[in-house]
Design a binder for this molecule. Structure first.
Ligand SMILES: [Zn+2]
Length: 216
């Protein structure tokens, strides 16, 4: 009887732990660019790390949302006291560069080729599909309307050179057209020096500089 109970307990433990492995794998599969096999590798890799490493990682994950703020003007995430772009008096306020995500903006910033403002749209619009719910169209409209009454003179659309990126540009040009006309501002796309399929977050400094200089 005792033996059978022990066997039962160990089976429960195995089933619980495999459930945890499975659940964590499913979470990793939601990460951008991560498939089931990579997700599984992450889980087993974590199981082979020192307990402190996993504990610190868990604590950082918990702190990520509570320690991070989101700018109510450009919608980027940051951990300092205020947005270093929107609240920076040394930045030129006559241009807003619209990007899909924070990593695109970080890459442009790292290249040091741009000294004006940003807006993080949060997503792109796939061709022939419904507009994603998390895309910040209303917020972009509000920001352009607000800034156009101040120093804004130009909107620059900077998306990856993909069908979705082009579709997003076309859509934004259409919906922003009334504001562009009302306030006599310009709307331009990143120059087409970018090769087809190139993701903005991976472009090097020279390519970004050319794309910015050749915008139209
Ligand atoms: Zn900001």
């Amino acid at each position: 009887m005792k033996k059978r109970s022990l066997l039962f307990l160990s089976q429960v433990k195995i089933s619980m732990s495999s459930n945890t492995i499975q659940k964590l794998r499913e979470y990793f599969e939601h990460f951008p660019g991560i498939g089931p096999r990579q997700a599984q590798r992450f889980v087993y890799w974590l199981l082979n790390q020192e307990p402190d490493f996993v504990k610190n990682l868990g604590e950082l994950l918990l702190a990520l949302r509570s320690d991070t703020k989101q700018c109510n003007q450009c919608f980027r995430f940051f951990t300092s006291s205020e947005c270093r772009f929107c609240n920076n008096i040394n930045r030129d306020k006559s241009r807003i560069l619209v990007v899909e995500k924070d990593t695109d903006m970080e890459n442009i910033e790292k290249a040091g080729v741009y000294n004006s403002l940003y807006f993080v749209l949060g997503d792109i619009i796939p061709f022939g599909q419904t507009i994603p719910k998390n895309i910040r169209l209303k917020e972009l409209f509000g920001r352009i309307e607000h800034d156009s009454q101040k120093e804004l003179k130009e909107i620059i659309l900077a998306f990856s050179a993909t069908a979705e990126g082009d579709n997003t540009c076309r859509y934004l040009e259409k919906i922003l057209d009334p504001l562009v006309k009302k306030y006599s501002i310009k709307i331009n796309r990143f120059g087409r020096g970018i090769s087809t399929g190139a993701e903005l977050e991976y472009l090097d400094k020279d390519t970004l500089k050319n794309a910015l200089e050749n915008r139209k």
